[in-house]
Design a binder for this molecule. Structure first.
Ligand SMILES: Nc1ncnc2c1ncn2[C@@H]1O[C@H](COP(=O)(O)OP(=O)(O)OP(=O)(O)O)[C@@H](O)[C@H]1O
Length: 260
C-alpha cells in the first residue's frame, strides 16, 4: 500500500520502538524478547493466535504493565519507566472499550467532553455542558471526519455497536495522539461498519502512526503496511502482508496449515 509518506518520497520515521521487550507472570514468559518499530503514517498490525501475547505487548507499550526487561522509546524518549498517564500525555493513546463513552450524552457532547483535555479544560468538568460551546467547531469537524454527522445529536447508548466504536475512536482522536493503539477495532461489527472503520483508520494514519491488534486477515491485508506476527510471546515474522503471508512458519502457526 502507498502511504502519504511514500508518495511524498519521505521515509516515515520511527515514533514508537521496543527492544528486547519481555514480560513474565510468575515463571511464565508471556512476551519474550520482542523488538518492534512503529512508523509514522503507517498502519502496523499485531497478529497471532490466541494467547500469543498481543494484549500483553499492548499493555507493555502503554505501560499498563511494567516490562520484566527491555526498553521502550516514544518519539525518541525512553518511556520504559514512565507512568501510563504520562505516556498518554506524551501522545501514545489506546482506544478504550465502549465504557469510555458516556452513554447518556449525545455524540456531540461526548466529543466535546473528550476535547476538553487537549484544550486544558479538564478541571472544568463540573461546569454545565454549555461551557464547552467554544469547542463546537472542533467537535463538529471531528464528527464529520469519522462520518458520524448524521448521528450528531443521537444519545450514545442508542447507537449501534459499530457506531459506538466509531464514537470511541473519535473521542480518542480528540486527544490528538501521535501513536494510536487500537485493540481489535472491528470486532463484532457488520460488514458495512467494518468497511467504514477501515476507511477511518486509513484516514487517521495519514498524520500519525496506528498499531492495531487484528484477527481478521482480510482487514490486515487491505489496510496494514506492516505486520508483526507473534507466537507464544515471540516474534515469528515481520514485514508487509505479502512477506508474512508467504512465510511457512506463519502459515503453520497462524493458520494451522501450509496450504492457501
Ligand atoms: N496477568 C496475567 N497473569 C498470568 N498470565 C497471563 C496474564 N496476562 C496474560 N497471561 C498469559 O500470557 C499469555 C499471552 O496472553 P495475551 O492475552 O497477551 O495473548 P493474546 O495474543 O492477546 O490472546 P487473545 O488473542 O486470546 O486475546 C497467555 O497465555 C495468557 O494466559
Amino acid at each position: 500500500m502507498q502511504t502519504s509518506a511514500h508518495l511524498s518520497g519521505k521515509e516515515p520515521r520511527v515514533v514508537l520502538s521496543a527492544r528486547g521487550l519481555s514480560k513474565s507472570f510468575g515463571g511464565f514468559h508471556a512476551v519474550k524478547n520482542v523488538d518492534i518499530d512503529v512508523l509514522d503514517t503507517q498502519i502496523h498490525a499485531l497478529i497471532g493466535p490466541n494467547g500469543a501475547g498481543k494484549t500483553t505487548v499492548f499493555n507493555l507499550l502503554t505501560k499498563f504493565l511494567q516490562p520484566s526487561s527491555g526498553r521502550i522509546e516514544l518519539l525518541g524518549e525512553d518511556i520504559t519507566k514512565t507512568a501510563p498517564d504520562r505516556v498518554a500525555r506524551k501522545g501514545l493513546v489506546r482506544s478504550f472499550q465502549i465504557s469510555a463513552v458516556f452513554p447518556h450524552l449525545s455524540v456531540l457532547d461526548n466529543v466535546r467532553v473528550a476535547l476538553q483535555r487537549p484544550n486544558g479544560l479538564a478541571t472544568q468538568f463540573w461546569q454545565p455542558l454549555s461551557a464547552l460551546d467554544r469547542l463546537n467547531e472542533q467537535a463538529e469537524a471531528l464528527i464529520d471526519r469519522v462520518g458520524l454527522h448524521r448521528e450528531r445529536d443521537a444519545i450514545a447508548e442508542d447507537l449501534s455497536y459499530g457506531r459506538k466504536r466509531v464514537l470511541e475512536i473519535a473521542t480518542t482522536l480528540a486527544l490528538d495522539p501521535r501513536v494510536l493503539l487500537l485493540d481489535e477495532p472491528m470486532a463484532g461489527m457488520g460488514l458495512e461498519d467494518v468497511a467504514m472503520v477501515a476507511e477511518i483508520i486509513k484516514s487517521v494514519a495519514r498524520d500519525r502512526a496506528v498499531l492495531m491488534v487484528e484477527h481478521n486477515l482480510k482487514i490486515v491485508s487491505d489496510i496494514c503496511d506492516h505486520i508483526t506476527v507473534l507466537q507464544r510471546g515471540e516474534i515469528l515474522a515481520q514485514g508487509d502482508y505479502a512477506t508474512v503471508s508467504q512465510d511457512q512458519r506463519v502459515r503453520i502457526a497462524y493458520m494451522g496449515t501450509e496450504e492457501n
